[in-house]
Design a binder for this molecule. Sequence first.
Ligand code: PEP
Ligand code: MG
Length: 586
Amino acid sequence: MTPFTLHGIPVSRGIAIGRAHILAPAALDVQHYLIADDQVEAEVSRLQCAIAAVHAELQNIWNELPPDAPAELGAFIDVHALILSDPMISEMPLDIIRSRYYNAEWALVTQIEELSAQFEEIEDTYLRERKADIQQVGERVLKALTGSANFLPKVDGAEGGASMIVVAHDISPADMLQFRDRAFSGFITDVGGQNSHTAIVARSLDIPATVGVSNASTLILQGDWLIIDGDAGVVVVAPTSVVLDQYREKQARQLRERKKLGKLKKTPAITLDGTAITLLANIEFPDDCGHALDAGAHGIGLFRSEFLFMGRTGHPHKLPTEDEQFASYKQAVVAMKGRPVTIRTLDIGADKPMDFAEQTALNPALGLRAIRFCLAEPQMFMTQLRAILRASAFGPVKMLIPMLAHAFEIDQTLAMVERAKAQLREEKIKFDSVMPVGAMIEIPAAALTLPLFIKRLDFLSIGTNDLIQYTLAIDRVDHEVAHLYNPLHPAVLYLLSTTIAIAAKAGVPLSVCGEMAGDIQMTRLLLGMGLREFSMHPSQLLAVKNEILNSDLQVLVPATRKIARLFEPKAIAEAVEQLRLQGAPQ
Ligand code: PEP
Ligand code: MG
């Protein structure tokens, strides 16, 4: 095969080398043909065998759920098993084969389409959305009929020790859960952006990944040898042995560098001029606290609680209950052994949809998401506020509110926190009565009206992912505008530097918890702007610490001031590049 190279958006660093495992799009596009009279029973039994195989497969998945898998995943599989047993799926297609002489695939698809159309008519949103479950079950049976793989295979070095690289059109953040505990060495998707939540989860899993590689899932074939250069966003398909050797060498070099960084775990994060910097971790699930501690994090700067609310299809409770949430928050607080845990309230919407919430917004990133959604659903919000407050009795907790832009949103939120406290007091349930409440600064309007926030809140955290999205008016998950996503745009730098400076002057603690905080190209720029608290994925923490240890603020501060006066993109990029060389003394 002739080697070729594909280009995409680098989202997770490092080199991965392995064979392609294509996650086929679930296509209901099958062969249609009529069978002869004497083939009917054989065709019926072919479909029955496929259904039995999927039953066994679901059972297997159930048995092998990793111990840290969210409880609802089991329920989700149960729902699929129930659908599979329903006569609508297990018997009606057999009747279609017998009465219309359709081949098994055609009979199954006919029935699935018929059922889907019926579900489409249902008014109840929850029930209507079960259509997706029926289609997924149908696809599983189809794949069993056509002999293609249904779920990720076990990686046990069966292919001469080669690891596997997942290639897919798209992978949802919830589906990324499949990557936990499995030895996949990388992933490639056709769509997605640098700061899509799928990309963020990839970084948290610390595996090389490239997204937005248009047509990768059709151009790459099952079993092809692949190299992902996660730093450059390049995918080499069917590389020659010379290229493979070059990348293996580069991979080995990176591993050696990583090992060296591992020695910094206990080293205090202090710049050359003696300024202490706080390094915090971003997590999605309480189990991630182990990685945060392993990386030497001072605490959790961002616990994205919305992941507890996602992937709940088929769960008896659409939303996690107060006790369920409390258990997760408390688990993180206890695991961090006295270090602060910043729990962000539900930041749902846009590319983090809840399974049951109807997606009707024409422009989800500008729609009823995050705090807007919470204030519109006060009962649900109150449940979360109570759960977070209850967890604060077990260690230092800070509550972080996403997507605030208006003074009245802050006031309503704080009033609800007070109401939650009053309820708990009445019920004699313990909580930290002075738990700090802070705001994400991630909408330009917030960055431009900081006094409103400083007056009302205890701390601030800049969400650069959304701040860049909204400042530059580009959808962070749309690969077609990914080239416009520029953290160094002078408008972004202006908002960042003024926010940091105003908060410092007011004496309000401020961190950055967007992806910029974990990007070593940006560390010195942020230090020079006056940032003293960085929150990032644990996998990025030691590399950022290494930059800090070699930085001198006496050099960085004046150099950054000069950058703040620049407008030309080329001049800014060059000056930031220079900072990486200048930060340390000559
Ligand atoms: C951000 O917007 O920068 C952020 C940290 O939050 P999220 O990526 O979850 O939107
Ligand atoms: Mg955000």
